[in-house]
Design a protein around this ligand. Sequence first.
Ligand code: RIB
Ligand code: CA
Length: 306
Amino acid sequence: MRKIIIDCDPGHDDIMAVFTALAHAEELEILGITTVSGNQTLAKVTANILKVQDYFGLHIPVCMGYDSPIIKPREVQPAAHGESGMDGPVLPDPVSKPQPEHALDYLRRTLETEDKVTLVALAPLTNIALFLKTYPHLAGKIECIAMMGGAVNGGNIQKKSEFNIWQDPEAAAIVFASGVPVVMAGLEVCNAGSILLSEAEEFRHGGKVSKFCYDLMKFYGLYAVNRGWDRTPIFDITPVIWLLYPELFKAEQMDVDIELNGEFTRGMTVCTPTTGRPHTVLLDTDREAFIGVFLAALKKLDQIYA
Ligand code: RIB
Ligand code: CA
């Protein structure tokens, strides 16, 4: 059993990452969820996870973190996730509330108590970077940071940078230089594990969780539909599936440095053959096997959350 804390900015794919972890309760114990601004403001992304928890009767503690990057001004992404941050499904305003403590206090308290915790980072790394800066003596309690972000050679928000890193590159620089092992699921491996839009269409015939994911994908998939693509990556499920089935991935130990100053490359993850730093960069996966894990997770949750 691996104990995890999910740091996220829900976010259609963040929600589907939480579902994937939920479906594997024997392997992954979700201790809590921390939220950070990214896809949308802190208030909106927090409301989204609370709405989903209310809808499915979930009670995972949610603690709010930072509402802006360390240096760079916040730039939310309505084009990809809508004004709400989770456009598509229609859910009532949340009844449940976040925990009263700040994400950093929650992380400190939890890591002081637990032996080892894995951080699943699915958003800009602001919370995790500032936690490591504030409580460096607790870094050793972090088994690894399994994160979605970066790219070996590419970008989605800019030519050479991926959104989670680009949104707070100073935070990423702190995290990758902290000495805590990072497993980086960048754009290449996420794209390799893309879901076919035809596979997502089948969610409409499933149970409550699948139908909810159908509504998520109807909006989230528009980015691909509008570009004539037949598939789309569900980015944030990737680090969760690595935690469950690492054998599904091609990976290399690499140094990862973050470009902070380039006019065209700020937020770039510079991945080079390792000089002994502990990072694992995921490079490729078998699409059918990878997506099969997600599809099986939805089917299992359809039985549980009917
Ligand atoms: O670039 C993809 C990442 O940015 C994902 O985590 C998505 O949720 C957005 O946060
Ligand atoms: Ca995210």
